[in-house]
Design a protein around this ligand. Sequence first.
Ligand code: GYE
Length: 385
Amino acid sequence: MIKKKIVAVFLALAGMVAAGCGNSDLMVLTPYGDAVIKEDGTSAGTGAAHASDADKPSADVSDSAAADVADGANGQDASKPAAGGDTSGLLHVGFAQVGAESGWRLAQTQSMKDTFTEENGYIFDFVDCNNNQKTQLQALEQFIENGVQYIILDPIVEDGYDEVLKKAKDANIPVIVVDRKISADASLYACWVGSDFSREGKDAAEWLAAFLSENQRASEEINILTILGSDGASAAIGRTNGFEEIAQNQGGWNLLDKQTGDFTKDGGYAVMKAYLDKYDKIDVVVCQNDDEAFGAVEAIKEAGKTCGPDGDIVIISFDATRAGFEAMIAGDINVDVECNPLEGPFVAELIQKLEKGETVEAIQYMEEGVFAAEEAAAVLPSRVY
Ligand code: GYE
């Protein structure tokens, strides 16, 4: 594995272990399987009224999941979880999540829910925004109206959050942006924690260059197709730019096409089917997440073609979820560039620092690596998501 450690983040992790984030139950969760979040391994008592909201995407903030936000004013509502019937002392945190489109997303949601438990000192309002920015903006407005103390925002796209962030700032509610980036001025939010998507894209291209060279194909014409993530999402933009930056310096790489698969299996399947109809010679398919890769592999097999380490088409994927590892072991995917979704403990650490009036790093990157199919079986047992 090519393991890229970002020292500042690692030190932050070490600090969290030492400090326990103010709770001895809480340990650091890294992608390498060396820690756990809760002693009892459960999220019991996690904002009971909200705990299952990840499973019911809400298309409109006025109903389902978002309605839970509306009724949770200042954590005083009777429907809110309460320690011994009293919510005083608990920090009220609202999380506007992108949706539930992928295995990665579910792992990130779980990390947040396992972290922001009542036992750890939080009231947690969770809204699944169903990949709809309008819903997400409404959820943020509602958090502000409800007087939450902190907002966690995983922005669906990069643009369009300035106004609501100004409102949060005026209301003195710090916003912690997670995972994807936004274009808004940095003065409008407290900090950002997530992945270096451009670096992930570069890692993928560098792996491909090394792979082609090892297989004596460095001087061949290589036809490459990309299945993009969701339009406007920084994860998709960064991975594309990073990959293309390296690709443009490679002699025979032809970047034939890039279409969005919306980070879903169905999207990956549909785009791959169209590619197979249109292009005769396909050497490499870059899928911008595991779910898209699963759909692409299905379409390739249905078309009677082969992929993976022993097949004709090289499949590059991102996320490195457990299911991604299993697909590498099954011989369907060649390489998976990791994107670490275990952001909950980082965010809790940041909130605790802000509570104490300490300054926090404006940008923090997660620790991530690159895994090739040959090592997948050995690494899988140590994976925690
Ligand atoms: O790669 C994909 C998810 O923003 C990093 O979103 C995240 C991406 C992740 O749908 O699986």
